[in-house]
Design a protein around this ligand. Structure first.
Ligand SMILES: *Cc1c(COP(=O)(O)O)cnc(C)c1O
Length: 381
């Protein structure tokens, strides 16, 4: 893809991701955290995030940036927005859902877990039942695209049930926000988090939360930590236009450029189209080489895809990974617990051309391992 340094291998991973040259170049500055130019950039980024989410301050929404990787933002919401008493209902079908449960447990929050297999959708009826039966559940949390497998969860349907029961709803949309259209208001989302280095294609360093102002204001006095206190972070940003503690200045300048490039690409729909084309090219090519996906295509998103190892004794993942790496491509080991899989991401500054080159490299790697192929690259395209 154009506008990218040629030195580095394209990353077909869930993040960090390949970024554009112009995003990287935006970091060649040293702005002070109290510099008016930086404060202006921060304001612009916060406004644009609301636009990407299809919401606004007038409609009652706020955006808050938080230092750290995406997990820090998830933890910020859990430790700040869960009341001192009350239970969390966590809907889990992968490693990122499991991580949310661990976070809640670390803060001593009583957590009910509805867990299904990593290639299964959670049951909306089970959520409804749990909420009807237990008034102490104060918040429901779900993962939008479960990056473990690439499955897309029914965020809107769950949100409607949560709204009917008047509970708070938190969505980890880390790997989907910016590329998978989502109606925050229609889905009744109170808190949504994502990070700089997923579909918006910035560099790592911070995450962000888009939330309903009334849900945020309700949390006063609840935070169990100082640095991850979501309400205090928002108040700092509102009062002085600044972070409370050292901001990731360079990453924010890169992110401002990344948001501009998202807009130039046609916003969420434009980005969706490129990622979906990457996905379609990948899957038809991989099927042609005899690979099978772990998730049913009807449930599978276009963000990242898990593939089963080929059923051939000559296949050895580490060797496969190394061969691809030597050829100039970075893929990702699997994370699902009940099958041998590896993952290929479709997100970041990569396009169909890159995916086609990756497919050629996979074909060559299989041949040099002596793994039988049942088809050819491009079959069924
Ligand atoms: C990437 C990701 C996270 C956060 O991971 P970090 O390594 O902390 O950035 C959380 N949830 C999902 C679904 C993700 O894809």
């Amino acid at each position: 893809m154009e506008n990218r340094t040629t030195k580095d291998k394209p990353l077909f991973t869930p993040g960090p991701l390949t970024t554009s040259m112009t995003v990287k170049e935006a970091m060649l500055r040293d702005l002070g955290s109290r510099d008016s130019e930086f404060i202006g950039a921060l304001r612009e980024v916060r406004e644009k995030l609301l636009e990407v989410g299809g919401v606004s301050q007038e409609a009652g929404y706020e955006s808050i940036l938080m230092q750290g990787s995406g997990t820090f933002s998830v933890e910020s919401v859990i430790c700040s927005a869960m009341p001192p008493e009350g239970k969390l209902l966590a809907i889990v079908n992968g490693a990122y859902g499991d991580r949310i449960v661990k976070i809640a447990q670390a803060h001593g929050i009583e957590t009910l877990v509805q867990k299904v297999g990593e290639n299964k959708l959670p049951s909306v009826a089970a959520v409804e039942e749990a909420l009807a039966a237990d008034g102490e559940i104060k918040m429901v949390v779900a993962v939008h695209c479960e990056t473990t497998s690439g499955i897309i969860n029914p965020i809107e349907e769950i949100g409607q049930v949560v709204a009917r029961h008047g509970r708070r709803y938190f969505v980890d949309s880390m790997s989907a926000f910016g590329a998978v259209p989502l109606d925050l208001a229609g889905a009744n989302i109170d808190f949504l988090v994502s990070s700089a280095n997923k579909c918006i294609e910035g560099v790592p360093g911070f995450g962000f939360c888009i939330c309903r102002r009334d849900a945020l204001l309700e949390t006063r006095g609840w935070s169990r930590t100082l640095s991850l206190d979501l309400l205090a972070q928002w108040e700092g940003l509102e009062k002085s236009g600044q972070f409370r503690f050292t901001p990731p200045t360079h990453a924010i300048l890169a992110f401002r450029q990344a948001l501009q490039e998202l807009e130039d690409e046609g916003g969420v729909e434009g980005r969706r189209d490129r990622y979906r084309e990457n996905y379609r090219t990948l899957v038809s090519g991989m099927r042609g080489l005899g690979f099978e996906e772990y998730v049913d295509p009807d449930l599978q998103g276009y963000i990242i895809t898990s593939f089963h190892y080929p059923q051939d004794a000559n296949f050895e993942f580490q060797r496969f990974y190394d061969l691809l790496n030597e050829a100039g491509f970075v893929i990702y080991p699997g994370k699902v617990s009940d099958a041998d899989c590896f993952r290929i991401g479709n997100i970041g500054r990569i396009d169909r051309n890159d995916v086609e080159q990756l497919l050629e490299a996979i074909k060559t790697a299989l041949a040099s391992m002596g793994v039988a192929q049942t088809g050819t690259v491009g079959a069924g395209k």
